[in-house]
Design a binder for this molecule. Structure first.
Ligand code: FES
Ligand code: CO
Length: 321
């Protein structure tokens, strides 16, 4: 069993809710555990993807009348994970031990979230979700053959914009960053008023100084709000830790202006992410080093420094070294 209690006891997105259809199973993977998702009525079941009879994947099975039947010998499981019928012995009462391993699952923000242990916190709050002045556009998932903390750190990193996202989010001749403030408390990290120049921050075609405020809500969930003269552009970003060096990123863009179509917004995010992915996948060591002596830091890296310190204080181990 995984020794990372922080991530075991945290909520993680494993799928888009609209992709999990009634009457179907869906295999997903979280923290090196194979899971099967299925719906019964309004409830989402997230179980270990394993039939306790002979270890067959339950995701190969059939959803029928609010039960899941294994594909191999047809054992029928009810929504609580208890086997209620052995087809080879219809009159035999199934053993109490004949039950699937059941995890907590919830639907929120159009995503399915799973906790493999005891949830110590609620699903992180997405501040713009209920704010009708913000339009929300779903982006991703994006796969990184890299550790989840490396991918979050890239999301929090502002000084790469002029280089990795040149002409989109920055320009090498305007690479300077102000001295900004970072605070950490039990609810995470806040990095406020990071001011950078961008060639076209709001789609008007005009270069301008913009100000970013980042929040790290949970070890693998973060967001920012970017403001220029008027409009606000926000992101909510969360990563599924699949394996120590395999991650899926899910995002919403939230903006209080709209001069772009949904697919234009998604295409832009896809392009930006495809610029980030090869950089993050190239980083060595693959696991994010929490020892601050392991890499060199600048003042402008203070969000990353705070992030590494915080992960160390929490005792996070999966995807870190
Ligand atoms: Fe599932 Fe036999 S392996 S019923
Ligand atoms: Co980037």
């Amino acid at each position: 069993m995984l020794n990372d209690q922080v991530l075991v006891n945290d909520w993680h997105v494993v799928a888009r809710a609209e992709e999990l259809q009634e009457g179907r199973t869906m295999p997903v993977r979280l923290l090196e555990e194979d899971l099967v998702l299925w719906r019964v009525g309004g409830k989402i079941c997230a179980w270990q993807d394993l039939c306790v009879h002979r270890g067959t994947r339950l995701s190969l099975g059939k959803v029928e009348n609010g039960t899941l039947a294994c594909a191999y010998h047809g054992w029928v499981y009810n929504e609580d994970g208890q086997c209620i019928r052995y087809p080879a012995h219809p009159s035999q009462q199934p053993s109490e031990r004949a039950r699937a391993r059941v995890y907590q699952a919830r639907e929120k923000y159009g995503w399915i979230w799973v906790c493999l242990g005891e949830a110590t916190r609620d699903i992180p709050h997405f501040p713009q979700w209920e704010d009708a002045s913000y339009r929300k556009v779903h982006c991703g998932p994006y796969t990184y053959k890299a550790s989840a903390p490396r991918a979050i750190e890239n999301f929090l990193d502002i000084t790469h914009f002029p280089f990795v996202h040149q002409s989109y989010l920055g320009d090498p001749t305007h690479a300077e960053v102000n001295d900004y403030q970072v605070t950490t408390d039990e609810d995470g990290i806040t990095a406020s008023n990071i001011t950078v120049w961008q060639p076209d921050p709001d789609g008007s075609g005009q270069g301008a100084l913009v100000s970013y405020t980042y929040r790290v809500y949970r070890p693998l969930t973060a967001g920012f709000v970017k403001s220029s003269a008027g409009p606000h552009f926000a992101m909510f970003f969360t990563i599924t830790p699949v394996a120590p060096n395999l991650s899926h990123a899910w995002a919403y863009v939230a903006m209080d202006y709209s001069n772009l179509t949904e697919s234009e917004i998604q295409e832009f995010q896809n392009l930006i992410t495809m610029q980030d992915v090869p950089i993050v996948e190239s980083q060595r060591p693959e696991l994010l080093p929490l020892d601050l002596q392991a890499e060199l830091h600048l003042r402008s890296d203070r969000t990353a420094i705070a992030y590494r310190k915080w992960l160390g204080q929490l005792g996070l181990s999966f995807g870190t070294a």
